[in-house]
Design a protein around this ligand. Structure first.
Ligand SMILES: NC(=O)c1ccc[n+]([C@@H]2O[C@H](COP(=O)([O-])OP(=O)(O)OC[C@H]3O[C@@H](n4cnc5c(N)ncnc54)[C@H](OP(=O)(O)O)[C@@H]3O)[C@@H](O)[C@H]2O)c1
Length: 302
């Protein structure tokens, strides 16, 4: 039996999901974290030669790409940069992974869907029709990986929040201290997902595909898997659930998307079905409000 530890190249250990992955990938092998402020081994996803050089130097068994251009509104003005990072870089990573027979793990978004329906959660193979530059560039990345067809797992997630980085949870907690009233969009429906659960489920899935039982089937297992918390809510009700923990919770008033104009259009409905992940790997994330309660219990109310 080969007991050499797997080499895991983790691209971005500073983002919401990347920071959690850095911790929970540890039991799976030797994690080599890289980011763009790294001095020893710097990754820059707009520079395709740098991407190739980093992979060739590290020679990983597994590449986990948690980096992305995630500024949804700014992407409308910076489409070329967003496409380089989200659309083209994943394809380069896939080519490099294929050359060394490595597994590529990557993340996609609910914003690949147009949200024009509201009757049932999106399945992985439902028609994609992004409404924003961000969504379009992320879809291009998914497609680039699938075209190269290295061994891959693409986890499609939604409304990510957590204890690190810039996100809705931390913003609402800050605003709850500053204001008596918050006006939050109440007509977009989705599922907030804690970054720690994304990282935990990623690690558990990788552990399963590394096991001798499933390893031989990696060609069949490659593909897109929705990885979101269960249930559904609106940004407004998500905000209410967050701020009710504050000492003096502000009033939270629902407004329409039209009343809060943003440069990028968002899907009105983007709930993702978790059935494929559950059927394949026996993993299902908890309901969004259960996950939020656990997350908030890790952090003192502010
Ligand atoms: N956030 C959400 O609500 C959401 C929803 C659905 C799907 N997703 C997907 O989930 C994944 C993880 O998202 P996240 O929320 O953890 O993102 P995040 O917190 O915004 O972190 C993104 C990371 O990417 C790095 N990065 C950006 N541009 C880079 C470049 N040119 N070269 C190298 N690194 C670069 C950033 O580094 P710096 O710190 O140097 O900027 C940062 O560490 C992404 O694929 C995202 O598209 C996110």
């Amino acid at each position: 039996m080969n007991t050499t530890p797997k080499r895991i190249l983790l691209i971005s250990c500073t983002g919401q999901v990347g920071a959690e992955l850095w911790r929970c990938l540890q039991p799976l092998g030797q994690v080599i974290p890289v980011d763009r402020s790294d001095t020893a081994l710097r990754i820059e996803l707009t520079d395709h030669n740098v991407i190739r050089n980093v992979v060739r130097e590290v020679k990983p068994d597994i590449i986990v790409n948690a980096a992305a251009y995630t500024a949804v509104d700014t992407a409308e003005q910076e489409a070329d940069t967003a496409m380089a990072i989200n659309g083209i870089a994943p394809g380069i990573l896939a080519e490099e992974a294929k050359a060394i027979d490595a597994l590529l793990v990557h993340y996609s978004t609910d914003y690949v869907f147009n949200g024009k329906r509201s009757d049932k959660p999106y399945q992985e193979d439902d028609f994609c029709d992004p409404r924003s530059v961000y969504g379009a560039t992320k879809l291009a990345g998914d497609q680039a990986i699938q075209e190269v067809n290295c061994k891959h797992l693409i986890f499609r997630t939604s409304w990510v929040y957590g204890l690190y980085g810039k996100n809705f949870l931390l913003t609402m907690q800050r605003l709850a201290q500053e204001r008596d009233e918050l006006r939050i969009v109440g007509d977009q429906i989705g599922a907030p997902t804690w970054s720690r659960l994304i990282a935990d489920a990623t690690a558990q899935t990788i552990a399963q595909v590394q096991s001798s039982l499933l390893h031989a089937d990696m060609n069949k297992l490659s593909g897109v898997y929705n990885l979101s918390c269960g249930g559904q809510t609106t940004w407004c009700d998500f905000a209410k659930a967050i701020v009710q923990q504050s000492p003096n919770p502000p009033k939270v008033i629902p407004i329409t998307t039209d009343e809060y104009p943003a440069p990028a259009k968002r899907p009105a409905y983007s709930v993702l079905s978790g059935d494929k992940l559950a059927d394949t790997f026996g993993l299902r994330l908890p309901a969004w409000d259960t996950a939020l309660a656990v997350c908030l219990s890790r952090r003192k109310p502010v």
